[in-house]
Design a protein around this ligand. Structure first.
Ligand code: ADP
Ligand code: MG
Length: 688
């Protein structure tokens, strides 16, 4: 088959497959199988090992196995219900006798020819003391298709049987003498992967489990390669030119000199990457990753400062009112009166006038929430749009902000550090910079995981710290009223603490249902030191900065993800004082929970914690229901296949280095795959 007809065949409707007419097409469509390609790539969800034949005298109760014997006669029949008949057969293979049973509709009886040799596959059970075989498959021994091999088990839907899917797959394969490989022999050898043809055939009909594993790895490699390459390719092709760029970046030094600290090397090099972006005519999309407290804000601040001094505007968007306000204040302090800065949130009064001033260029730096996205906000000289992603903004929202001018670059500050390889997939449309070290002099936050019996001691410890002038956070998990659990809500905890535990202390409560300005007021008074303790649900997870707070006490810590706990812990240890994190956990007898808590007490490295979190909770839960805008993966598992992902990424860069536009003949198949993926997911976030 030449290449063109090969591609055409793959793209042909399922009715092209032998045995599939309009009726069966509908059934296959119900399984999301539309064309030949879908059928070929419809991998089994499981396999059943039907390779071994047992002698009847050796069978054991509970096992599934094959038995080989000559059928003595037609089976006995007993009507159970309308359309259901129990068939029974006595088998003797020379070593013993066994009863074989199965149920079937008498309208479609299984034909058995007496005196012929059959293979019976089924489960051995004991019934009234007798050993019986519950038959699952039977075939003549001269032409076995569903026995004496590893048999694929496919996903089914109403009206579709295993045998139908198996036959359809077989008939689809019969159309091809060979599957074209997207990797040449040399590449396959270097990366130690088998051919596509071999892998595909093995997936549906494996010779053994070892080989099946190799086949699977190959397909994982291919899937991750294609996905990653698509993202890199799309990113490259999205690159627009901007008409404005920074010309004088000497303002960077001016800004840095004015800071009360010196930038770490890590901050400095990330800042240089950002500024380099802004000096080219390429429109930059960059992600800054860094652990909690690694100082990402000041990098963005410096970049915005240089933009302002070059006569441009910059914007910073944060997901909550509290954070936006905090950024506004931090920046105001850093900029002094050298940069004109304003705050725009939904609570801002006199918006109309502010819109005008922003449009007229009376402000250099605009800080705000989603309110910035309003159509009436015009920022004509916007050259840099920064988003602080404490919760992820959609790609669309990011681009809404940057669309406010023709020359806007995008900078994203991520909250949760994730392994670089994963970031490349999840943020594949962005360049990535990592702030890989912490400012000097940060003290380790001592972390303890304790159970209920330590509560008194923990509280008296909090009391002592307050005595010294420090402040404390007490965080309760967000709970659903319908959950009937032994978990205290923020409100209840607050009432209890005020009344019974810290009657002489000033305590504030912060929870998600409060209005933005109420939250702000509470947060502000905690910041000003007017409150000793802040009881809160996870709303404080976002990057609030109160250097005088030294205790983070977390209730029901087992209900939080590790990365979330790490974020919370990052709220303390931000000043000169020694800080502590106390995790209350009453589920330590659960092995997994105990392991998770141990990681928290041992590690203070956000990247490592994120990796463990992924490992223990799996990819889905780690990223929660947050839409990450990626096509779903058929074979690969982003966590367990991380090593393969790394290899695939290596090959991506290799290919792009010699064929950046994927135009060379040897990459035509790769290109076809990317295009297919692209077409399928066009309109989804990531391909916008
Ligand atoms: P994050 O990366 O979590 O957003 P921030 O930007 O909020 O971290 O910075 C955390 C704290 O560290 C802030 O109080 C900031 O002023 C301070 N900081 C940032 N960079 C440095 C540095 N190089 N030396 C000392 N302190 C720094
Ligand atoms: Mg931050």
């Amino acid at each position: 088959m030449d290449f063109k007809s090969y591609i055409n065949t793959l793209n042909t409707d399922v009715t092209y497959i032998k045995g599939v007419g309009e009726k069966r097409k509908v059934m296959l469509n119900r399984l999301s199988l539309y064309n030949v390609w879908d059928v070929v790539y419809n991998f089994p969800k499981d396999y059943e090992d039907r390779r071994t034949i047992h002698k009847i005298c050796d069978v054991k109760e509970g096992e599934k196995c094959c038995i080989k014997a000559v059928a003595p006669s037609n089976p006995m029949q007993k009507r159970i219900r309308k359309n259901i008949v129990l068939y029974t057969l006595f088998l003797n293979d020379g070593t013993g006798t066994i009863i074989v049973k199965w149920f079937a509709n008498p309208k479609y009886p299984i034909k058995i020819e007496a005196k012929e040799e059959y293979i019976f596959y089924g489960k051995i059970v004991r019934n009234f003391g007798r050993i019986e075989l519950e038959m699952l498959a039977m075939e003549k021994s001269d032409n076995p298709k569903n026995v004496l091999q590893i048999v694929p088990i496919y996903h089914l839907t109403k009206g579709v049987t295993q045998n139908f899917v198996r036959d359809t797959v077989k008939n689809a394969f019969a159309k091809f003498d060979m599957f074209y490989d997207i990797f040449d022999d040399e590449t396959r050898e270097r990366y130690g992967i088998c051919s596509l043809d071999f892998a595909l055939r093995q997936m549906h009909s494996p010779t053994d489990f070892e080989t099946l594993k190799k086949a699977r790895s190959r397909l994982v490699f291919e899937e991750l390669f294609v996905l990653q390459l698509s993202l890199l390719y799309i990113r490259k092709n999205r690159e627009q030119k901007v008409s404005e760029r920074l010309t004088d970046i000497s303002y960077k030094d001016e800004f840095c000199k004015s800071l009360p600290f010196t930038l770490t090397n890590a901050q400095n090099s990330v800042l240089n990457e950002v500024l380099a972006d802004l000096q080219t005519d390429k429109c930059a999309n960059r992600l800054i990753q860094g652990d909690v407290g690694s100082g990402k804000t000041v990098i963005a601040a410096a970049a915005m400062y240089v933009c302002a001094k070059n006569g441009f505007q910059a914007a910073l968007m944060a997901p909550t009112e509290i954070l936006a306000t905090q950024h506004f204040e931090t920046l105001k302090k850093m900029f002094g009166n050298r940069v004109r800065i304003c705050l725009l949130t939904s609570a801002t009064k006199g918006k109309k006038k502010l819109y005008e001033e922003i449009e007229n260029g009376e402000f250099d730096v605009i800080v705000g929430t989603h309110a910035l996205l309003n159509d009436n906000v015009k920022i004509p000289k916007l050259i840099l749009a920064v988003t602080d992603e404490q919760h992820r903004f959609g790609v669309n929202q990011r681009s809404l902000l940057s669309a406010k001018s023709k020359s806007c670059n995008v900078l994203v500050m991520s909250a949760t550090p994730i392994p670089r390889t994963l970031a490349l997939i999840l943020y594949g449309d962005l360049d990535i910079s990592i702030v890989n070290s912490m400012p000097k002099g940060r003290q380790k936050i001592d972390t303890f995981c304790v159970n209920e019996s330590y509560r008194k001691r923990a509280y008296s410890f909090v009391e002592k710290e307050i005595e010294k002038g420090r402040q404390a956070y007490i965080v309760c998990p967000l709970i659903d009223e319908s959950e009937n659990l032994d978990v205290m809500s923020g409100e209840k905890m607050f009432a209890h603490l005020v009344k019974n535990v810290f009657p002489t202390r000033k305590i504030g409560l912060l929870h998600g249902k409060m209005k933005a300005d109420e939250k702000d007021k509470i947060m502000q008074s905690f910041k000003n030191g007017e409150l000793d303790i802040l009881v809160s649900t996870t709303v404080i997870e976002v990057g609030v900065d109160v250097p005088n707070a030294t205790i983070m006490l977390i209730e029901n810590a087992e209900r939080f993800g590790l990365s979330q706990l790490h974020q919370l812990r990052g709220r303390v240890g931000r000043g000169e004082h020694k800080s502590y994190c106390i995790l209350f956990c009453n589920a330590l007898d659960n092995e997994k929970t105990a392991e998770r808590m141990k990681i928290m007490t041992k590690s203070s490295d956000g990247f490592e914690i994120a990796k463990k979190d992924l490992e223990l909770r799996g990819f889905g839960e780690f990223f929660g229901t947050r839409q990450h805008g990626l096509p779903s993966l058929k074979v690969a598992n982003l966590f367990t296949d991380l090593e393969i992902l790394k290899q695939a990424q290596k090959l991506c860069y290799e290919v792009l280095s010699y064929d950046p536009n994927l135009k060379l003949p040897q990459n035509r198949l790769v290109f076809a795959r990317i295009k297919a993926l692209f077409d399928k997911f066009e309109g989804r976030d990531i391909f916008n």
